[in-house]
Design a protein around this ligand. Structure first.
Ligand code: UD1
Length: 419
């Protein structure tokens, strides 16, 4: 909600156990995918986030019957009859572009606008458009409105991505499951959320092989039906809560969390000096000892260190002894949280893709403004480990990715209020 703030009194070591929310980045493409089905999909463990509600509004606009309650979204797409998404709905969230593949697959036509400029820098969609062209769609892009048409339906083809884009991979998967023949995606994104999307589609009767690897093969089918699917846990939320605990020198058990989902970032916490144990399907991270800098971290496509965890991990490293360096290779403007961290006492210098952090002993509460989703979360992490009170405004950014962040942190012993 606009106007809300998070007020955090820092300095208390957090401890306890949590079960992390369902993954935002898995729910959004799966919601778009539900459009392709004739029948009802029940998505369990869905995080109740503004982007999820925005996806539901788009689905309803397209003629589906979609409702969200108690971490469950039920979508019946049998009545879907529209292929246009109005500009204001497209702009509500970046991932609205994933509806392009689903609409083209379902109707052979779609009209939507660019998802808009972004907090993280330019987010082109050239790979998405090139791919649907290759699958037989004409793309008309005028005055910011993209109209795609495939008169005879889409056909399978071989698509080599110049970069393993998560969104482009998902869009192609959605376009391909109802296309004629076989689609092969080379250099596909390998993020775990792609595996979740593949699992959902296969449960609905699609034939998707190799999701999670670099080559994905999709055999087009005539029709998909609905299914019941459990959304995977949110690995970035897990990284955030582990960071919060590490910043306060506390300890946490993340329950029912497949450790393979954390293998791209957990080693960094070990390098800092945290105790990390994986046991019985849970993860323990303890940060009772002094933490140290980690040298260089380069953000990379999965299985590399995730760009989405860069800001929250940086917030921990601000108070880790010695130097740490980030090289952000995915997005151009992903250091916008740095000014706030510096305001709170951090020693960070940025130059282009690099950010150099010299650990300081103490940070202090301040009035700061969330600049984007993960940047805002990083401010919360820093605030928890800082002396005094921090007020984070523009909470709506944080709310885009974290379900009741204040309740989760409070359950770990933090002093956090939404005002
Ligand atoms: C997804 C995630 C986001 C994450 C990102 C990278 C969702 C909803 N969002 O975003 O949280 O930070 O992956 O892991 O899952 N690019 C192009 N042309 C294109 C498409 C992408 O140049 O057509 C570039 C982008 O500008 C960026 C890079 O490729 O530099 C990666 O983007 P991509 O993997 O597509 O990210 P998203 O799917 O937007």
């Amino acid at each position: 909600m606009p106007g809300q703030k998070l007020v955090i009194e820092g300095g208390k070591p957090l401890s306890g156990e949590i079960k992390v929310q369902g993954a935002k980045n898995s729910s959004l493409p799966i919601l778009a995918a539900s459009l392709l089905c004739c029948g009802e999909s029940v998505l369990k463990n869905c995080p109740m986030l503004s982007d999820v509600y925005a996806s539901c509004r788009i689905l309803n606009r397209l003629g589906c019957k979609c409702r969200a309650e108690n971490n469950m979204v039920i979508v019946d797409s049998s009545s879907a009859d529209k292929a246009e998404i109005p500009d204001e709905m497209m702009r509500e969230m970046r991932s609205s572009i994933i509806f392009m593949g689903a609409l083209l697959g379902k109707f052979g036509y779609c009209s939507l606008s660019y998802p808009g400029g972004c907090e993280l820098g330019p987010r082109p969609i050239d790979m998405h458009l090139d791919a649907v062209r290759k699958m037989g769609a004409s793309v008309n892009d005028e005055f910011g409105v993209i109209r795609c048409r495939a008169e005879k339906g889409l056909h399978g083809t071989k698509i080599s991505l110049k970069y393993p884009s998560v969104g482009a991979t998902e869009n192609i998967m959605l376009a391909a499951v109802l296309a004629k023949g076989e689609t092969i995606i080379y250099n596909a994104a390998r993020e775990p959320e792609i595996i979740d999307l593949g699992m959902y589609l296969n449960k609905c009767g699609a034939v998707v092989k190799g999701a999670g690897g670099s080559t994905i093969v999709i055999e087009g089918r005539e029709r998909l039906h609905g299914c019941i699917h459990n959304i995977m846990p949110d690995r970035i939320a897990a990284a955030t809560y582990i960071s919060a605990v590490a910043a306060t020198r506390g300890e946490i058990n993340i329950l029912n969390f497949d450790a393979t989902l954390a293998e791209s970032f957990l080693p960094v916490f070990e390098q800092m000096g945290c105790d990390v144990y994986v046991y019985d399907g849970n993860i323990y991270v303890g940060a009772r000892k002094p933490l140290k800098g980690v040298g260089k971290i380069i953000t990379m496509p999965h299985p590399g260190f995730p760009t989405d965890a860069q800001a929250v991990v940086m917030a921990v490293l601000c108070r880790a002894k010695g130097s740490s360096i980030f090289e952000e290779t995915i997005f151009e403007s992903r250091y916008r949280h740095v000014n706030a961290l510096v305001k709170m006492g951090a020693d960070i210098k940025t130059a282009g893709k690099a950010a150099v952090i010299e650990g300081v002993r103490k940070m202090y509460g301040a009035k700061v403004e969330a600049t984007d989703l993960r940047g805002g979360a990083a401010m919360a992490v820093a605030a928890l480990g800082a002396e005094g009170i921090t007020e984070i405004s523009e909470l709506r950014y944080i709310d885009r990715g974290y379900e009741s962040i204040e309740n989760v942190l409070t359950s770990l012993g933090a002093s956090v209020k939404r005002v």
